[in-house]
Design a protein around this ligand. Sequence first.
Ligand code: SAM
Length: 463
Amino acid sequence: MHLKQNTGCQQALDHFDAFYKPFYGDKWPLIRVSLLSLSKHCAVINKFADPEKARLRLSNLGADDLVKSARRLQGQLEQEALTEQTLSHNSVETSSERIPELDLVANENSFNRSYSSLYNSSPRESLLEKSQQKVFCEDDRVDHGLQTGQEIDPIYDELYKDNIDVFVPTVQVLSERDQLLKDELNLNMFEPRNIDVQVQRPESINIARDIEAFAFPAGDVSQFPPAKSHNHRFGYYLMDAASVMPVIALNVQSEDQVLDLCAAPGGKTVLILQCLDLSAGGSLTCNDNSPSRVKRLKSVLRSYLPKDDLGQVEVMQLDGTMLNHCVYNKVLVDVPCNADRHVLTEEENNLFKPSRTRERLAVMEHQKKLLISAIRCCIVGGEIVYSTCTLAPAQNDGVIQAAMEELLETSQIEVAVEDLSPLASMFKDTFTFFEKSRYGQTIIPTLLNNFGPSFFAKLRRIK
Ligand code: SAM
């Protein structure tokens, strides 16, 4: 894909180079090329149409159910764990189990290491210091339209000084630009802090019985044909397979009371509906604040659900940050974010257009408010999954950290983080997980299986 200079798409790529490259390190070049390549989808079977027919059609195309493969792998992993247990029982040596809290400390060390190797001090301080200085172009950078002596953006210059092949944005209106730069740095750099958080490791992993998601094998870049309709309902829903994981992590059971706080256009809603039994006490409330997107959500629901079930799904069009009706035991909060793939391909309404900078910088605060609202709507003992489709650490771990800090300071609410690494292990043949995520799991795109990005974290309300 060729990106034109000065477009929203190019600005997005520059931003990713500046903020993702230091974080993802030597993985970044491959993630970058994957993001710029055609993404891969999966087909989620709709049990309300003719699932057998859809299964057959998808198998004949050469696709496999990735959830079934994960279950098979889980069986193997459990078997291996059992064997290991028996062996260690018989052995005289004692082995200490890895404690999740210690993992967090280890994670923090590796974060600091990767940052400091780049900046030789705390990233924010070092870059803020740089932003105070004026930097001038030392030699013509013809490729970037810069001339000797021209003032250039100090931050980008610093980040890119070893790589003159990348676009170096010039400073436009200096004072305003300086402020924006500082905000850009402060808000986009995730700096892990030690907060008092309980990490719970699940005793076992359940995957809702009715989720079936077919994907082509690794290295196969075939595309699925559009779904056919049976009895006026579509047989499958096409979506990024990495987007299935937040719903799998939520582990919706048939009688759950579910809130889908940012639901439109409804891909994950369709998945949640596969797990619920609306006639046996299960319920679903979906919400989105955008009128046009709610319209799209309703149309998706009509195309996938029988009339009887349709009547039982509540659709609301409210500002999710204002909800606090504490009645749900499962809450999905799939927040608006950088939407990395989208901003690299769609110029229209692109979040990285300079005219939307302030809105973009407010995204993290908005995400935090939505997450806090999701937690408030969840009953004690219930579970919340927070998800995004960006690699931005500040919008992923950063938002979880900020929300937990705010709740600790301002409320009696307490949440624990569920360790999702056992779930990630089950899906390691399909997805590539970034090993340094702190509170959740990040699926990074790869060329072999170009899914994602997707970040998902699971919280349990304990008070
Ligand atoms: N979960 C959806 C799916 O799987 O199809 C995608 C959700 S999309 C990532 C984020 C959604 O959040 C957008 O539809 C947007 O309109 C909605 N949104 C943004 N701000 C919101 C708010 N304050 N309250 C409710 N919804 C909001």
